[in-house]
Write a protein that binds this ligand. Structure first.
Ligand code: NAD
Length: 363
């Protein structure tokens, strides 16, 4: 493993699989003071490859047979994937689910540690990772799997609740977006589909990969939207708690944003519009968005409804996982740095958007 030496220099990061998650991770790496993006690997010279070229990211080819087609499309090729893996300290593998496991032998051969994503089976890596719950388990570990968007969203919420009063059992209904905005082949188009129809869905067992022993049941449905997932959460706590205390505890978590009723954000569409209006890159929402008015505590029963931006919430987790593997920061140090550099937290819920009347005049 090469990464033990990185404490002395910028962490050289490669992204293999420059798609929905990969391009966001690449951008996030570029704003970290302790990381350097060495390059990204791409299969085909499509519009996403053009985007990487416009961003100035050195672009490596997964299949050298396609090198000419990149050049024919005016995209410069820095070299083959193997060269990228060899020259980096860590690879973030953001290839489609099931491809990461096929790439692992290459990373092992080059002695380059790697992060995998939630589309891979847990045994692709030595540790399944959520920064808030088990950062320490990944310190110095060569192969780490950053869990999926839904598992990340649930772990961030359940972690603080477990620390606060303890969890007897969590029950979650996941209303899942049918596909990402660029997935024109996904559905349903005009339907609501239990997916999977069996209980529990795979999400509960996946949460248990970062939260061993947690009692959790999940049910999944797919709906015709590309915006965000929505989780309907009920947790039986170990002891009765005051609603105000639970709300205050959740408010302290930078990656949990409580959406006040006064914001008049009535769904995932308005949430995404708010993110775009706030100047978020690609309209990304890295935080769990919990409708504040949905937070209800009745004795030991906790309820809330939260929205998860599937394209974005795993991005800060990948950045923290890089530092865990490198062993350069503690969990709190890394999260603080990542939150600051990405701009996590919607200040404008407290500070209303500037109106035309508020803007300074030209003279
Ligand atoms: P994507 O299809 O948007 O991007 C994957 C990229 O990898 C594409 O550019 C594709 O061309 C490229 N690719 C395909 N085969 C490759 C290969 N052999 N080598 C290198 N690159 C290859 O996928 P995504 O949505 O970014 O998902 C990536 C991973 O992240 C998956 O494990 C997925 O489950 C996980 N994930 C996705 C989401 C989401 O909502 N999109 C959320 C969280 C986690």
């Amino acid at each position: 493993m090469q990464v033990a030496t990185v404490a002395n220099h910028m962490l050289r990061v490669a992204v293999n699989g420059y798609g929905t998650i990969g391009k966001r991770v690449a951008d996030a790496v570029c704003v970290q003071p302790d990381m350097e993006l060495i390059g990204v690997a791409k299969v085909r010279p499509d519009y996403v490859a053009t985007g990487a070229a416009h961003a100035g990211y050195p672009l490596y080819t997964v299949d050298p047979a396609h090198t000419d087609s990149f050049r024919q499309n005016g995209i410069e090729v820095a070299g083959p994937l193997e060269e990228l893996v060899e020259t980096s300290d860590i690879v973030v593998d953001t290839t489609p689910g099931g491809i990461g496991i096929q790439n692992r032998p290459l990373y092992e051969q080059c002695e380059t540690p790697a992060l995998f994503q939630g589309g891979e089976a847990p045994d692709v890596a030595d540790v399944s990772f959520n920064s808030r719950v088990n950062f320490e388990d990944a310190i110095g570990v060569d192969y780490v799997r950053v869990v999926s968007c839904n598992t990340t969203g649930l772990s961030r919420l359940l972690g603080p609740l477990a620390e606060f009063v303890g969890i007897e059992k969590a029950r979650v209904t996941l209303i899942r977006r049918g596909g990402d905005p660029n997935q024109t082949d996904r559905g349903p188009i005009n339907d609501v589909v239990p997916d999977p129809v069996t209980v529990p869905s795979h999400h509960g067992p996946d949460v248990q990969t970062v939260f061993p022993g947690l009692s959790i049941d999940t049910i999944g449905l797919k709906v015709p939207t590309t915006q965000m997932h929505v989780h309907v959460v009920n947790v039986t706590l170990n002891a009765p708690a005051a609603e105000a205390d639970v709300r205050e505890r959740l408010e302290r978590e930078p990656r949990l944003v409580l959406v006040p009723g006064s914001a008049e954000i009535d769904g995932t569409g308005t949430l995404k519009e708010f993110a775009r209006d706030s100047g978020r890159p690609r309209g990304d929402i890295w935080e769990n968005c919990i409708w504040e008015e949905s937070i209800t505590v009745d004795g030991r029963e906790f309820y809330c409804v939260q929205a998860i931006h599937q394209e974005a919430d795993v991005v800060p987790e990948n950045i923290d996982a890089l530092r865990a593997v490198a062993g350069t920061h503690s969990g709190p140090e890394s999260r603080t740095l990542t939150n600051r550099t990405l701009g996590i937290g919607f200040e404008r819920f407290q500070q209303p958007p500037t109106t035309v009347a508020d803007r300074p005049t030209a003279d």
